[in-house]
Design a protein around this ligand. Structure first.
Ligand SMILES: [Fe+2]
Length: 368
């Protein structure tokens, strides 16, 4: 199925390249320049082919992002062409290929440039929740990170720098909600990142659950999931796989196995023996079990996985197909709050558009 979708993207990119080549040629066509090109058509073709060759070169070095960029530019150019056609029909003036091309290039730079920035700049996103339950302190500060996919937009050193920013907000608890590493992550970066997590000074510690990428899909890494768990444990990070810990006698952290695991426990099994008077935080990589989680009466569920939608229109398809209950942000069902983060990095795609950002989340929970 994945190969079929990717094949569709490749075909769309090839069609996009042909379309862009014709538009680049048109872009060079103005009344003033027409005379100049008359006996130099091959030069015109060559110049129009240069950006196409640059895009093909991008695909050679980075197929996924090259394909994404081609499709985006082609769609933007197509849209400006349609608008240009409408303007031409209304004003009954000459074709606006030059201006349509200029606007298409400008919009592509803005759209993809901002997408690159939002994927590589990490923002802090704050939430404020209240509870009737005794949390053992006036205000509990939880920091949630997910989807670091180490090696995508930053390596182990970059992860360490982000942990310094997280340390500066003085968290009581730090949770890592899956897709911490990916198939491309190196052992050196994994170890460096585990040490960075281990260096965090918190009141109640650092907790981790795995996501669909953490165990690796292609067996290409120079470390195993078990190696990583050993490194996390060595650095005092608590790995939770369908396990619950009680901290300070007031707060449960319930860490779930990822939804991609066949034998994961359901919410009833995980909560049936717990004291409902205590504050309950669930860590679940994929936001897909909201109703069952709300029914058990847990207080807070923290998820990642969606990357905030990553790129338009992926954001809306996740919820439309039922793959995710929510793409981004805070939602309340019954007495349960759900926070889905867009992640501190991204997956293979190096752009975040359509409102998605890279972030770490700071949640202040106050006793009402
Ligand atoms: Fe994921």
């Amino acid at each position: 199925m994945i190969m079929l979708i990717f094949g569709g993207f490749i075909l769309a990119a090839v069609a996009g390249l042909f379309y862009l080549y014709t538009r680049f040629k048109r872009f060079l066509t103005t009344e003033r320049w027409n005379e100049y090109w008359k006996d130099k058509k091959w030069i015109k073709r060559f110049i129009a082919a240069l950006p196409v060759l640059a895009l093909i070169l991008y695909c050679v070095f980075d197929l996924v992002n090259g394909v994404i960029v081609i499709i985006n530019i082609a769609v933007i150019w197509l849209m400006t062409d349609v608008v240009g056609l409408l303007v031409r029909k209304i004003t009954k003036k000459k074709p606006l290929f030059y201006w349509a091309g200029f606007i298409a290039i400008f919009l592509s730079f803005i759209y993809l440039g901002s997408g690159w920035y939002f994927a590589h700049h990490v923002f802090e996103t704050d939430y404020h929740l209240v509870t009737q339950k005794d949390i053992g302190m006036e205000k509990l500060r939880v920091v949630q990170i997910a989807d670091s996919h180490i090696g995508a937009t930053f390596d182990g050193d970059g992860f360490e720098r982000h942990m310094e920013k997280i340390q500066a907000v003085n968290p009581d608890i730090v949770v890592v909600v899956g897709d911490y590493v990916d198939d491309d992550t190196t052992k050196a970066d994994m170890i460096k990142s585990c040490e960075a997590l281990g260096s965090l000074k918190t009141t109640y510690g650092v907790y981790y659950v795995y996501g669909n990428h953490d165990k690796g899909y292609f067996n290409t890494r120079d470390f195993t999931y078990e190696d990583m768990c050993a490194e996390l444990t060595k650095n005092n990070v608590t790995v939770l796989e369908d396990k619950t810990v009680l901290i300070a006698d007031n707060i449960y952290i319930i860490g779930r196995k990822d939804r991609s695991t066949r034998d994961r426990a359901d919410m009833n099994a995980l909560t049936k023996d717990l004291d409902l008077s205590k504050y309950m935080i669930v860590l679940d990589h994929q936001p897909h079990d909201f109703d069952a989680q709300a029914e058990t009466g847990v207080d807070l569920v923290l998820c990642g996985h969606t990357h905030g939608g990553q790129m338009f229109p992926v954001g809306i398809t996740g919820e439309l197909t039922g793959a995710n209950d929510k793409t981004y942000g805070l939602e309340t069902r019954e007495n349960t709050s759900f926070i889905v983060t867009s992640g501190i990095s991204d997956w293979a795609i190096r752009y975040k558009t359509g409102g998605a950002i890279a972030e770490f989340v700071v949640i202040d929970i106050e006793k009402n």
